[in-house]
Design a protein around this ligand. Structure first.
Ligand SMILES: C=C1C[C@]23C[C@H]1CC[C@H]2[C@]1(C)CCC[C@@](C)(C(=O)O)[C@H]1[C@@H]3C(=O)O
Ligand SMILES: O=C(O)CCC(=O)C(=O)O
Ligand SMILES: [Fe+2]
Length: 366
């Protein structure tokens, strides 16, 4: 039996759960949460990565030259590293604050309450206190609540009521509305991406009109040894497009030009990044870039991540116009359902997920 001693130390490893109330005050970090030297966390990195601030108001304006300039900036950022921020996005500030507030109340609940929504092995939805039980080392210093979204349904509201009870109807309504706003925003971004790749505004918007996306609430408790741990380890998102709202604490780092740099929080902006599935859809014209989240000694940090994903069984294949003699096919055809299964059952998402997955499906098809 694994037992937690009164001094907060674990008698045997692994710890049974990631109990933030205990661990966030403890200066001795259980070995499973300590990241190796090659991943060395650098919580004190203040060097910023300046990514373009994309003004969606400009894209929506009736001045074609203004919209064209916005599209050009998106194209440059996506070809370079795949990260940018959006402002004037039309998502009400009150909705974002309410989503952040509900998150605070959810993660402040006692562990046993949160565990009513516990994520089951092999599934991508539910509550996870770190990933104890799922992985045995390099555990993330975070708690997450993940749930599925697809448009034209009340799937988010139904999830909250089904998993946590009628008292969570209001949370369900907030996140249902938040996901609808994120799905709408991601379709606008798809229009910009299509235009910047020269295939017109409709192609990718129509591809993602019916999407089967994932919403994730990330809660990073303080850590007394932030130079040993990581909130989210280095990875490229396997999904298509991520829209992230970070609170004002800071901790998101992106790896470009051989070093980690911070994307500082910006009120009323969303951080957007290209994921592996869109990299495949663009035939590797656009980059899915390595990133991670560091933690700190003083403050808990919260982020809301909307992962846009295609419908499960839709073929992920770049449009013909992006494939030519100079740009041969970079990845095989696949479905999001297969890549999701790969990350949940066979491979822990990192910087090589798409290459490893490509080899895996080519092997299983042979
Ligand atoms: C399909 C997914 C797998 C992860 C959740 C979604 C989108 C991003 C993935 C993830 C966040 C990438 C970093 C590693 C991971 C294990 C994590 O820290 O949460 C990934 C998610 C997961 O497999 O649960
Ligand atoms: O919390 C963050 O800043 C980043 C989280 C992240 O990269 C993810 O959930 O995929
Ligand atoms: Fe990510």
């Amino acid at each position: 039996m694994v037992s937690c001693q009164p001094n907060g130390k674990y008698e045997v490893f692994p710890p049974p759960v990631f109990d933030a109330a205990v661990l966030s005050r403890q200066s001795e970090i259980p070995v499973q949460f300590v990241w190796p030297e090659e991943d060395k966390p650098t919580p004190d990195t203040h060097e910023e990565l300046h990514v373009p601030l994309i003004d969606l108001g400009g894209f929506n304006s009736d001045q074609p030259e203004v919209a064209a300039e916005v599209v050009r900036q998106v194209g440059v950022a996506c070809a370079e590293h795949g990260f940018f921020q959006v402002v004037n996005h039309g998502v009400p500030y009150e909705l974002v604050s309410e989503a952040q507030r509900c998150m605070e109340s959810f993660f402040s609940m006692p562990l046993c309450e949160k565990e009513r929504a516990k994520r089951k092995p092999g599934e991508s939805c539910g509550y996870a206190s770190s990933f104890t039980g799922r992985f045995s080392s390099k555990l993330p210093w975070k708690e997450t609540l993940s749930f599925s979204f697809s448009p034209f349904s009340s799937i988010v509201l139904d999830y909250f009521i089904g998993a946590l009870g009628e008292e969570f109807r209001q949370f369900g309504q907030v996140y249902q509305e938040y996901c609808e706003a994120m799905s709408g925003l991601s379709l606008k971004i798809m229009e910009m991406l299509g235009m910047s790749l020269g295939i017109g505004r409709a192609h990718f918007r129509d591809f993602f009109l019916s999407n089967e996306s994932i919403m994730r609430l990330n809660y990073y408790p303080p850590c007394q040894k932030p130079e040993l741990t990581l909130g989210t380890g280095p990875h490229c998102d396997p999904t298509s497009l991520t829209i992230l709202h970070q609170d004002d604490v800071g901790g998101l780092q992106v790896f470009t030009d051989g070093r980690w740099r911070t994307i500082a929080p910006k009120t009323n902006a969303f951080v957007v990044n290209i994921g592996d599935t869109f990299m495949a859809l663009s035939n590797a014209r656009y980059k899915s870039c390595l990133h991670r989240a560091v933690v700190n000694r003083e403050s808990a940090r919260k982020s809301l991540a909307f992962f846009l994903c295609p419908k499960m069984n839709k073929l992920v294949k770049p449009p013909g116009i992006l494939v030519d003699h100079d740009h041969p096919r970079a990845y095989p055809d696949f479905t999001w359902s297969a890549l999701l299964e790969f990350t949940q059952k066979h491979y822990r998402a990192d910087m090589n997920t798409l290459d490893a997955f490509s080899r895996w499906i080519q092997g299983t098809a042979a």
